[in-house]
Design a protein around this ligand. Structure first.
Ligand SMILES: [Zn+2]
Length: 258
């Protein structure tokens, strides 16, 4: 079964890309959607990501990081023309559903770029305290007006909302163009998901069909995340077809690579 990591970051650490590629090989992950979140998140930049997918076009899919309020539709268009295939969005200056951001989502829809939205509590670098970041701006329900206004735009809720799991799951259930990943640190919200049981939120028949595999961790933790997810699918007796949607087919479809 093909494995694609739809949520990987280019951390600002020496020789990171090399380590990441090696770990992907070890884990049997054929491709990853890589984004650089910049200094606020101790990551590399969009430019570094571009270099990465140009060097490794078979392994790296470019995910362009934007911060709504600090980016224009023209910049998205330029990123797309450079070869970026999707958008990674976090720490907007206003809530995701603010009308002033709609031209961004319109552009993404037009360019058929799926958008991975950070949702829930966010951890930023110490030196970014003055950035006025508020997780309320990134509540999963902030995506509802976007999903409604742009029916041909595919939205991915990152981390199943972190601590807003029920809202994230229900929005995904009710909107055909909303997907979710269950990424995050092994000691973060996933601990609660293990303890409570993720089925508490993903309760309906076929819920796992709209999940997308990703890691969102430093490369050395990728094997643990993968193992946990495999065990989770095993525990809930998820069928083969659903597993393949989760591990690659959903993101392949959203990226138009099928
Ligand atoms: Zn992330």
């Amino acid at each position: 079964m093909q494995l694609i990591d739809a949520h990987a970051h280019f951390y600002n650490s020496s020789d990171y890309l090399h380590h990441l590629l090696q770990m992907m090989d070890t884990c049997g992950i054929s491709k990853c959607c890589l984004s650089g979140l910049g200094k606020i998140f101790n990551c590399k930049s969009n430019k570094d990501v571009k270099n990465a997918f140009e060097c490794y076009p078979d392994k790296i899919i470019g995910s362009y990081f934007i911060r709504p309020g600090k980016v224009s539709p023209a910049e998205i268009e330029e990123a797309h023309s450079q070869g970026f295939k999707m958008l990674k969005v976090s720490i907007p200056t206003k809530s995701y559903d603010n009308k002033s951001f709609f031209p961004l989502w319109k552009k993404a829809e037009e360019l058929e770029m799926p958008v991975l939205f950070h949702t829930g509590i966010v951890t930023i670098a110490q030196n970014a305290r003055n950035e006025n970041v508020s997780s309320w701006n990134m509540h999963p329900m902030r995506l509802e007006p976007i999903a409604n206004a742009f029916p041909n735009l595919n939205l991915i809720i990152a981390h199943l909302g972190v601590h807003w799991n029920e809202d994230a799951a229900e929005l995904m259930r009710m909107r055909p163009n909303v997907y979710s990943d269950i990424t995050g640190e092994p000691d973060g919200w996933r601990v609660r998901a293990e303890r409570i049981g993720i089925k508490k939120w993903l309760w309906w028949e076929g819920a796992f069909k709209k999940l997308i595999f990703g890691t969102d961790v430093f490369y050395n933790k990728i094997p643990l995340i993968l193992e946990q997810d495999k065990n989770r699918l095993q525990k809930y007796k998820i069928d083969h077809e659903t597993k393949s949607l989760f591990f690659s087919k959903n993101i392949i479809k959203l990226l138009g690579m099928d």
